[in-house]
Write a protein that binds this ligand. Structure first.
Ligand code: HEC
Length: 131
């Protein structure tokens, strides 16, 4: 591998440098371990699952809805949340700091712990409408 390719490979493996939804999926998948493949159906089940941790914030979909192309609604404050789908909201999954901040906050509230890299990769794969 030449130096440019090596640097590219390192950049792709670093969540902190990801910029596109596909790069986020790739870097979280790499973090999840060899042989892991992100799965949209698993991501959808994860998003809809009632974790039983918080009564009001039982699942990701209570705020983000079942359809990631639709605007959501904050289950507590009632505030509108812009759609998660990057197809309709190009700002999504472009800023690593923002993505990590919200995974951290939302996973803690809904799942009761940090989400694993595998869960994050599956979730984004679902949100981008992948397979
Ligand atoms: C209490 C309501 C609520 C719940 C429940 C919720 N979210 Fe969110 N989520 C938000 C808000 C508010 C934002 C930030 C505002 C915005 O970006 O529109 C956000 C933003 C995000 C982002 C940032 C995406 C980006 O690039 O802009 C991700 C990723 C995310 N949520 C994932 C999840 C996951 C995974 C779950 C379930 C474990 C979840 N959310 C549950 C309210 C919620």
């Amino acid at each position: 591998m030449n130096k440019t390719l090596l640097l590219l490979a390192l950049a792709l493996a670093q969540p902190a440098l990801a910029e596109t939804p596909a790069q986020f999926v790739a870097s979280y998948s790499a973090e999840a371990g060899a042989g892991f493949k992100a799965d949209a159906a698993r991501g959808q089940a994860f998003a809809a699952r009632n974790w039983g941790v918080s009564e009001k914030l039982s699942s990701c979909t209570v705020c983000h809805t079942d359809n990631t192309a639709n605007p959501g609604r904050h289950a507590v404050t009632g505030k509108t949340i812009q759609p998660l789908s990057p197809a309709v909201n190009p700002e999504r999954f472009s800023d690593p700091a923002k993505v990590e901040k919200w995974f951290k906050r939302n996973c803690k509230e809904v799942v009761g712990r940090a989400c694993t890299p595998a869960e994050k990769a599956d979730f984004i794969q679902f949100v981008v409408g992948g397979k």
